[in-house]
Design a protein around this ligand. Structure first.
Ligand SMILES: Nc1nc2c(ncn2[C@@H]2O[C@H](COP(=O)(O)OP(=O)(O)O)[C@@H](O)[C@H]2O)c(=O)[nH]1
Ligand SMILES: [Mg+2]
Length: 197
């Protein structure tokens, strides 16, 4: 598919703010894994989603209108959260609310860093989505950081560690655009299949 237009629409800070009028494709993952950069790379707009080298800043559910047809949704990052003195391992209840209430959600991409073994939270997120019958795929981000010849092995390791088939994982780089066409194709297929139903 081709992205002809993309614009930031709104952000939800509570469940009452969630949109429900269009199909949604959501991106989730630990803070700093590259969610916002991926949305910028896919849409070809460098400043559409706010990117940051400081983890944990995005706490809202951000909606981007694509081709006046569907939404990309940038979800809050999960991971260690500094609340007062303690660091707790969490994802926000806003993420759970989003998954449970978004009836037009068609696909969730869980982003993991291609250089690292998925974390317990990545596994928990995958299980949560399986449990609630929400279709999901994995994107291994920052693949410009590993040699091209190592991408295949890295994907296999991530697949094995998460217990999913390698076909469910795509390698991606926001820096080089690696994987962009495949990713757009799989989003296009998903939305097209539905139009034919
Ligand atoms: N080398 C490289 N760096 C990336 C890539 N994607 C994101 N980053 C960097 O990782 C940091 C976090 O990215 P961001 O998109 O804000 O992550 P988010 O918290 O998941 O939204 C930023 O400094 C980005 O420049 C990538 O594909 N390759
Ligand atoms: Mg972000």
């Amino acid at each position: 598919m081709v992205i002809k237009s993309a614009k930031y629409l709104t952000s939800a800070v509570k469940k009452e703010d969630f949109l429900s009028d269009k199909k949604e494709v959501a991106f989730v993952g630990r803070s700093n894994v590259g969610k916002s950069s991926l949305i910028n790379a896919l849409t070809g707009q460098k400043k559409l989603a706010k990117t940051s080298s400081t983890p944990g800043l995005t706490k809202m559910v951000n909606y981007f209108l694509i081709n006046d047809e569907f939404y990309f949704v940038d979800l809050p990052g999960y991971g260690y959260s500094k609340t007062g003195k303690s660091h707790v391992k969490i994802w926000s209840s806003l993420i759970e609310d989003y998954f449970l209430l978004s009836k037009n959600l068609r696909l969730v991409f869980i982003l993991v860093d291609i250089r690292h073994k998925p974390t317990e939270l990545d596994e928990a997120m995958l299980k949560f989505l399986f449990y609630h019958n929400i279709p999901c795929k994995i994107i291994a981000t920052k693949c410009d950081k590993v040699a091209k010849s190592k991408i295949g092995v890295s994907l296999q390791n991530i697949a094995t560690s998460l217990g999913v088939g390698k076909a469910n994982i795509l390698a991606f780089s926001s820096e080089t655009g690696y994987g962009k066409d495949k990713l757009l194709e799989s989003i296009g297929e998903l939305l097209k299949d539905e139009a034919e139903e």
